[in-house]
Ligand binder design. Structure first.
Ligand SMILES: Cc1ncc(COP(=O)(O)O)c(C=O)c1O
Length: 376
């Protein structure tokens, strides 16, 4: 190995931490109000600010993205089966199974790594009630094709948008596509509330239904009409979120410079493929993912990951393994590897490189030197 190792571990990501005094100032407001949860002042302020930031008509905050996604299935009254992608985080299919809905896994587009519209249409069954797409690493699904398929078959469309905070398509917030889009505000995400999430939807009636479900289905002090859940974001999370939101644009600027440097150094290298930049789509800068072709690069993704770890650079095999290979899903007909060749290849090739606002460009250069020095 020609490049020297880093003295300290470089993490894959680090959370955006606003100045502590700014968080404390907001917490003082919470203390003064003596109101800790249930649609308090911080919650209401964050919900309105994020609705504007994300360019969506309606938004409901949650205590995490997974509970939000589970609630989306109930709000749309989905049942039977839902066509989805295996190339995702476990929360995506789990959110279906918690409503006793069967995930039907279908293959992905080899370029965008998002669910393949041709495969969706072939996978639809008589009991299918929706399509659940994932905007992978900030690259949007084929939203127009998916909407057309949904229209032809009378299906709902849900998006797992955990990776697309702030992404727009031709100036339109990505959460305006489909019936419901979930956002995750986990600490590993660009914008975060330590743990948290949201559902974007298109109508006030749907927002009211989501708010009702996330508060146990309580109508009033004496009436509960549906088996809801506790999905509420509390005031401490919301206060942190407001402080983080004030610094999101600086974080985006820093990450944009990092992505530009990675691209300048790695684009066109034999054996490496970068995620596509699509016309009209703003990037989310949440992950920087490369794909490593073992033959052309001379090293497998796993070998690269191990060597980088020896040099104190942590990377992440994200996503790995495919959800369809988990023991809880691998007996489904749709989980058979023969039906998912593109996803099976992608899961062996993807590697997330470090990206966070405080990562210096010098460190990015050294990470690239290290990676390029591993070629055979
Ligand atoms: C694609 C995807 N879906 C869902 C989730 C779950 O979100 P949360 O951690 O907010 O529950 C994640 C989290 O990393 C994710 O990456």
């Amino acid at each position: 190995m020609s490049s020297p190792p880093f003295d300290e571990q470089i993490f894959v990501t680090r959370p955006l931490l606003p100045p502590l005094a700014e968080v404390v100032a907001r917490l003082e407001q919470v203390w003064a109000s003596r109101w800790l949860t249930n649609a308090g002042a911080q919650h209401e302020q964050l919900e309105a600010a994020l609705r504007a930031h994300l360019g969506v008509p309606e938004l409901a905050l949650f205590n995490n993205g997974t509970i939000a996604l589970m609630t989306a299935m109930r709000a749309l009254d989905l049942s039977g089966s839902v066509v989805t992608t295996p190339f995702t985080f476990p929360a995506t299919p789990h959110s279906l199974v918690w409503s006793r809905i069967e995930p039907i896994f279908c293959d992905i587009d080899p370029v965008t790594l998002t669910i393949d519209p041709v495969a969706i249409e072939a996978a639809i069954r008589p009991d299918t009630s929706a399509i659940l797409g994932v905007h992978v690493y900030g690259v949007p699904c084929h939203v127009d094709a998916i909407q057309q398929i949904a229209g032809r078959h009378g299906l709902k469309v849900v998006y797992d948008g955990a990776h697309v905070f702030g992404t727009t398509i031709n100036g339109r917030g990505i959460g305006t596509y489909g019936d419901i889009t979930m956002y995750s505000f986990h600490a590993t995400k660009l914008f975060h509330t330590a743990e948290g999430g949201a559902l974007a939807c298109q109508t006030p009636a749907m927002k009211a239904s989501i708010d009702h479900l996330k508060n146990f289905g309580i109508l009033n002090q004496e009436e509960v009409d549906v088996p809801g859940i506790n999905g509420k974001m509390n005031e401490l999370q919301a206060a942190l979120g407001l402080a983080v939101l004030d610094h999101v644009s600086e974080e985006v600027t820093a990450r944009r410079a990092i992505v530009d440097r990675y691209r300048a150094r790695l684009d066109g290298v034999a054996g490496l493929t970068l995620m596509p930049r699509l016309p009209g789509v703003t990037e989310s800068f949440q992950y920087f993912v490369i794909r490593i072709d073992r033959e052309a690069f001379g090293r497998s993704r796993d070998e690269v990951q191990a060597s980088m770890k020896e040099a104190n650079v942590l990377t992440r095999k994200y996503f790995f393994p495919l959800c369809s290979d988990y023991p809880c899903y691998n007996r489904l007909d749709s989980a058979r590897p023969q039906g998912l060749p593109v996803a099976h290849r992608a899961v062996q090739e993807v590697l997330c490189l470090p990206i966070y606002g405080t990562l210096s460009l010098d460190a990015v250069d050294r990470i690239c030197d290290l990676l390029l020095g591993l070629r055979r």
